[in-house]
Design a protein around this ligand. Structure first.
Ligand code: 13P
Length: 287
Protein backbone atom coordinates (compact mmCIF):
# COMPACT_ATOMS: atom_id res chain seq x y z
CA UNK A 1 0.00 0.00 0.00
CA UNK A 2 1.18 3.49 -0.76
CA UNK A 3 1.33 6.09 2.00
CA UNK A 4 1.53 9.84 2.05
CA UNK A 5 4.99 11.24 2.79
CA UNK A 6 3.71 13.22 5.77
CA UNK A 7 4.32 10.76 8.58
CA UNK A 8 7.69 9.56 7.32
CA UNK A 9 8.93 13.14 7.02
CA UNK A 10 7.60 14.18 10.43
CA UNK A 11 9.50 11.24 11.92
CA UNK A 12 12.63 12.08 9.90
CA UNK A 13 12.51 15.65 11.10
CA UNK A 14 12.18 14.60 14.73
CA UNK A 15 14.89 11.95 14.34
CA UNK A 16 17.35 14.20 12.47
CA UNK A 17 17.67 12.12 9.33
CA UNK A 18 16.33 12.45 5.78
CA UNK A 19 14.20 10.20 3.59
CA UNK A 20 15.52 9.72 0.06
CA UNK A 21 13.40 10.39 -3.00
CA UNK A 22 14.72 8.25 -5.83
CA UNK A 23 13.33 8.87 -9.29
CA UNK A 24 12.03 5.92 -11.29
CA UNK A 25 12.11 5.47 -15.05
CA UNK A 26 11.11 1.88 -15.57
CA UNK A 27 10.28 -1.43 -13.91
CA UNK A 28 13.89 -2.34 -13.14
CA UNK A 29 14.59 0.92 -11.29
CA UNK A 30 11.39 0.63 -9.30
CA UNK A 31 12.16 -2.95 -8.29
CA UNK A 32 15.75 -2.10 -7.31
CA UNK A 33 14.69 0.83 -5.14
CA UNK A 34 11.85 -1.05 -3.43
CA UNK A 35 13.99 -4.12 -2.69
CA UNK A 36 16.80 -1.98 -1.28
CA UNK A 37 14.42 0.00 0.93
CA UNK A 38 12.95 -3.26 2.25
CA UNK A 39 16.38 -4.82 2.84
CA UNK A 40 17.55 -1.74 4.76
CA UNK A 41 14.21 -1.21 6.53
CA UNK A 42 14.11 2.36 5.27
CA UNK A 43 11.12 4.47 4.29
CA UNK A 44 11.35 5.60 0.67
CA UNK A 45 9.80 8.03 -1.79
CA UNK A 46 9.59 7.08 -5.47
CA UNK A 47 9.78 10.22 -7.60
CA UNK A 48 8.18 10.40 -11.06
CA UNK A 49 8.83 13.38 -13.31
CA UNK A 50 6.19 14.26 -15.89
CA UNK A 51 8.57 13.10 -18.63
CA UNK A 52 9.19 9.77 -16.90
CA UNK A 53 5.43 9.38 -16.39
CA UNK A 54 4.88 9.86 -20.12
CA UNK A 55 7.70 7.42 -20.92
CA UNK A 56 6.13 4.78 -18.66
CA UNK A 57 2.78 5.09 -20.49
CA UNK A 58 1.12 7.55 -18.14
CA UNK A 59 0.59 8.07 -14.41
CA UNK A 60 -2.10 5.39 -14.17
CA UNK A 61 0.32 2.78 -15.49
CA UNK A 62 2.95 3.93 -12.99
CA UNK A 63 0.57 3.85 -10.02
CA UNK A 64 -0.72 0.39 -10.96
CA UNK A 65 2.81 -0.97 -11.45
CA UNK A 66 4.10 0.39 -8.14
CA UNK A 67 1.09 -0.77 -6.13
CA UNK A 68 1.26 -4.26 -7.64
CA UNK A 69 5.00 -4.46 -7.10
CA UNK A 70 4.67 -3.52 -3.43
CA UNK A 71 2.21 -6.39 -3.03
CA UNK A 72 4.05 -8.99 -5.09
CA UNK A 73 7.44 -8.24 -3.52
CA UNK A 74 5.96 -8.14 0.00
CA UNK A 75 7.31 -4.67 0.66
CA UNK A 76 6.47 -3.66 4.23
CA UNK A 77 8.37 -0.36 4.58
CA UNK A 78 6.46 2.91 3.98
CA UNK A 79 6.50 3.85 0.28
CA UNK A 80 5.21 7.14 -1.13
CA UNK A 81 4.64 7.56 -4.87
CA UNK A 82 5.36 11.19 -5.60
CA UNK A 83 5.08 13.43 -8.66
CA UNK A 84 8.36 15.32 -9.07
CA UNK A 85 8.27 18.95 -10.30
CA UNK A 86 4.66 18.72 -11.38
CA UNK A 87 2.68 21.28 -13.29
CA UNK A 88 -0.71 22.23 -11.89
CA UNK A 89 -2.44 19.98 -14.45
CA UNK A 90 0.07 17.17 -13.91
CA UNK A 91 -0.54 17.28 -10.16
CA UNK A 92 -4.28 16.89 -10.71
CA UNK A 93 -3.71 13.94 -13.06
CA UNK A 94 -1.50 12.17 -10.50
CA UNK A 95 -4.05 12.71 -7.76
CA UNK A 96 -6.66 11.03 -9.98
CA UNK A 97 -4.26 8.25 -10.97
CA UNK A 98 -3.68 7.18 -7.34
CA UNK A 99 -0.34 8.76 -6.42
CA UNK A 100 0.06 9.28 -2.67
CA UNK A 101 2.07 12.50 -2.91
CA UNK A 102 2.58 15.32 -5.39
CA UNK A 103 4.94 18.20 -5.91
CA UNK A 104 3.56 21.33 -7.48
CA UNK A 105 6.46 23.35 -8.80
CA UNK A 106 5.11 26.86 -9.14
CA UNK A 107 8.53 28.43 -8.63
CA UNK A 108 8.55 29.89 -12.15
CA UNK A 109 5.27 31.77 -11.52
CA UNK A 110 5.14 35.15 -9.83
CA UNK A 111 4.78 34.47 -6.08
CA UNK A 112 1.08 35.50 -5.96
CA UNK A 113 0.21 32.99 -8.68
CA UNK A 114 2.35 30.29 -7.03
CA UNK A 115 0.39 30.93 -3.81
CA UNK A 116 -3.02 30.78 -5.54
CA UNK A 117 -2.33 27.50 -7.31
CA UNK A 118 -0.59 25.93 -4.30
CA UNK A 119 -3.57 26.88 -2.11
CA UNK A 120 -6.02 25.07 -4.40
CA UNK A 121 -3.85 21.95 -4.39
CA UNK A 122 -3.49 22.04 -0.59
CA UNK A 123 -7.28 21.82 -0.31
CA UNK A 124 -7.49 18.86 -2.70
CA UNK A 125 -4.57 16.98 -1.13
CA UNK A 126 -5.86 17.54 2.40
CA UNK A 127 -9.22 16.14 1.45
CA UNK A 128 -7.65 13.03 -0.05
CA UNK A 129 -4.95 12.55 2.58
CA UNK A 130 -2.06 13.12 0.16
CA UNK A 131 1.16 14.97 0.88
CA UNK A 132 2.01 18.06 -1.14
CA UNK A 133 5.42 19.56 -1.83
CA UNK A 134 5.70 23.16 -2.98
CA UNK A 135 8.70 25.00 -4.33
CA UNK A 136 10.04 28.49 -3.89
CA UNK A 137 13.10 29.73 -5.77
CA UNK A 138 13.80 27.58 -8.82
CA UNK A 139 16.40 24.81 -8.44
CA UNK A 140 19.23 25.26 -10.92
CA UNK A 141 20.14 22.94 -13.76
CA UNK A 142 17.97 21.12 -16.23
CA UNK A 143 15.37 18.45 -15.59
CA UNK A 144 13.00 17.19 -18.25
CA UNK A 145 13.80 20.28 -20.30
CA UNK A 146 12.90 22.65 -17.45
CA UNK A 147 15.88 24.87 -16.76
CA UNK A 148 16.09 26.65 -13.41
CA UNK A 149 18.51 29.48 -12.85
CA UNK A 150 19.79 28.33 -9.46
CA UNK A 151 17.95 30.96 -7.49
CA UNK A 152 18.22 31.33 -3.79
CA UNK A 153 14.75 31.44 -2.20
CA UNK A 154 13.46 34.37 -0.20
CA UNK A 155 12.72 33.12 3.36
CA UNK A 156 9.65 35.39 3.62
CA UNK A 157 8.18 33.91 0.45
CA UNK A 158 8.94 30.44 1.85
CA UNK A 159 6.95 31.32 4.95
CA UNK A 160 3.99 32.47 2.87
CA UNK A 161 3.91 29.16 0.98
CA UNK A 162 4.54 27.08 4.12
CA UNK A 163 1.64 28.83 5.87
CA UNK A 164 -0.75 27.53 3.19
CA UNK A 165 -0.45 24.11 4.81
CA UNK A 166 1.82 22.24 2.41
CA UNK A 167 3.47 19.08 3.77
CA UNK A 168 7.03 19.86 2.71
CA UNK A 169 8.84 22.71 1.07
CA UNK A 170 11.58 22.73 -1.55
CA UNK A 171 13.57 25.93 -1.46
CA UNK A 172 16.45 26.87 -3.73
CA UNK A 173 19.64 27.27 -1.70
CA UNK A 174 22.17 27.15 -4.52
CA UNK A 175 21.44 23.48 -5.31
CA UNK A 176 21.42 22.31 -8.91
CA UNK A 177 19.97 19.29 -10.70
CA UNK A 178 22.56 17.09 -12.36
CA UNK A 179 26.31 17.42 -11.98
CA UNK A 180 27.69 20.41 -10.11
CA UNK A 181 30.10 22.67 -12.01
CA UNK A 182 33.74 22.90 -10.90
CA UNK A 183 33.21 26.43 -9.61
CA UNK A 184 30.00 25.67 -7.65
CA UNK A 185 29.81 27.93 -4.59
CA UNK A 186 28.19 25.28 -2.37
CA UNK A 187 24.90 25.31 -0.47
CA UNK A 188 23.72 28.51 1.20
CA UNK A 189 23.40 27.25 4.77
CA UNK A 190 22.65 30.79 6.00
CA UNK A 191 19.55 30.86 3.78
CA UNK A 192 18.56 27.32 4.78
CA UNK A 193 18.74 28.30 8.47
CA UNK A 194 16.71 31.47 7.83
CA UNK A 195 14.04 29.50 5.93
CA UNK A 196 13.73 26.95 8.71
CA UNK A 197 13.51 29.66 11.32
CA UNK A 198 10.61 31.29 9.45
CA UNK A 199 8.81 28.03 8.66
CA UNK A 200 9.00 26.38 12.10
CA UNK A 201 8.87 22.61 11.84
CA UNK A 202 8.17 22.42 8.10
CA UNK A 203 10.15 19.52 6.57
CA UNK A 204 12.50 21.02 3.97
CA UNK A 205 13.44 19.28 0.73
CA UNK A 206 16.85 19.32 -0.89
CA UNK A 207 16.71 18.77 -4.64
CA UNK A 208 19.78 18.02 -6.73
CA UNK A 209 21.10 15.38 -4.32
CA UNK A 210 23.61 14.09 -6.89
CA UNK A 211 27.16 15.23 -6.22
CA UNK A 212 26.61 17.19 -3.01
CA UNK A 213 29.53 16.31 -0.71
CA UNK A 214 28.62 14.12 2.30
CA UNK A 215 29.51 16.79 4.85
CA UNK A 216 27.16 19.30 3.17
CA UNK A 217 24.38 16.70 3.13
CA UNK A 218 24.85 16.09 6.84
CA UNK A 219 24.91 19.79 7.63
CA UNK A 220 21.74 20.34 5.56
CA UNK A 221 20.00 17.56 7.52
CA UNK A 222 21.12 19.12 10.81
CA UNK A 223 19.53 22.40 9.68
CA UNK A 224 16.14 20.89 8.87
CA UNK A 225 16.30 19.04 5.52
CA UNK A 226 14.21 15.86 5.84
CA UNK A 227 13.83 14.80 2.21
CA UNK A 228 16.64 14.58 -0.35
CA UNK A 229 16.07 13.93 -4.05
CA UNK A 230 18.44 11.82 -6.09
CA UNK A 231 18.07 11.14 -9.79
CA UNK A 232 21.20 11.75 -11.90
CA UNK A 233 23.42 9.58 -9.72
CA UNK A 234 21.19 6.57 -10.34
CA UNK A 235 21.20 7.33 -14.07
CA UNK A 236 24.99 7.54 -14.12
CA UNK A 237 25.54 4.32 -12.20
CA UNK A 238 22.94 2.48 -14.29
CA UNK A 239 24.54 3.69 -17.53
CA UNK A 240 28.09 2.88 -16.40
CA UNK A 241 27.19 -0.66 -15.33
CA UNK A 242 25.26 -1.31 -18.54
CA UNK A 243 28.09 0.07 -20.67
CA UNK A 244 30.65 -2.09 -18.86
CA UNK A 245 28.51 -5.17 -19.48
CA UNK A 246 28.17 -4.41 -23.17
CA UNK A 247 31.82 -3.52 -23.60
CA UNK A 248 32.75 -6.83 -22.01
CA UNK A 249 30.96 -8.36 -25.01
CA UNK A 250 28.63 -10.44 -22.87
CA UNK A 251 25.57 -9.24 -24.72
CA UNK A 252 26.79 -10.95 -27.86
CA UNK A 253 27.55 -14.33 -26.40
CA UNK A 254 25.34 -17.16 -25.25
CA UNK A 255 22.21 -15.76 -23.66
CA UNK A 256 23.88 -12.47 -22.75
CA UNK A 257 21.50 -10.56 -25.01
CA UNK A 258 18.52 -11.60 -22.87
CA UNK A 259 17.20 -8.26 -21.55
CA UNK A 260 16.91 -9.74 -18.08
CA UNK A 261 20.66 -10.37 -18.15
CA UNK A 262 21.52 -7.19 -20.00
CA UNK A 263 19.76 -4.97 -17.46
CA UNK A 264 20.85 -6.89 -14.36
CA UNK A 265 24.17 -5.06 -13.77
CA UNK A 266 22.43 -1.67 -14.09
CA UNK A 267 19.69 -2.78 -11.70
CA UNK A 268 22.34 -3.88 -9.19
CA UNK A 269 24.08 -0.51 -9.62
CA UNK A 270 20.83 1.26 -8.69
CA UNK A 271 20.58 -0.92 -5.55
CA UNK A 272 24.16 0.03 -4.62
CA UNK A 273 23.58 3.76 -5.18
CA UNK A 274 20.33 3.75 -3.21
CA UNK A 275 21.98 1.86 -0.35
CA UNK A 276 24.85 4.34 -0.20
CA UNK A 277 22.43 7.27 -0.11
CA UNK A 278 20.13 5.75 2.52
CA UNK A 279 23.17 5.17 4.74
CA UNK A 280 24.33 8.76 4.22
CA UNK A 281 20.86 10.19 4.85
CA UNK A 282 20.49 8.12 8.04
CA UNK A 283 17.19 6.47 7.10
CA UNK A 284 18.38 2.85 7.46
CA UNK A 285 16.37 0.98 10.10
CA UNK A 286 13.86 3.83 10.44
CA UNK A 287 10.89 2.10 8.79
P1 13P B 1 19.71 15.12 -9.20
O1 13P B 1 19.36 14.65 -10.58
O2 13P B 1 20.73 16.19 -9.22
O3 13P B 1 20.06 14.01 -8.29
O4 13P B 1 18.40 15.83 -8.64
C1 13P B 1 17.22 15.08 -8.50
C2 13P B 1 16.07 15.94 -8.12
O5 13P B 1 16.20 16.94 -7.45
C3 13P B 1 14.74 15.52 -8.57
O6 13P B 1 13.77 16.46 -8.28
Amino acid sequence: MLVSAKEMLTKAKAGHYAVGQFNINNLEWTKSILLTAEELKSPVILGVSEGAGKYMCGFKTVAAMVKAMIEELNITVPVALHLDHGTYEGAKKCIEAGFSSVMFDGSHYPIEENIEKTKELVAICNEKGLSLEAEVGAIGGEEDGVIGSGEVADPDECKRIADLGVTMLAAGIGNIHGKYPENWAGLRFDVLAAIQEKTGTMPLVLHGGTGIPADMIQKAISLGVSKINVNTECQLSFAAATRAYIEAGKDLQGKGFDPRKLLAPGAQAICDTVKEKMELFGSVGKA
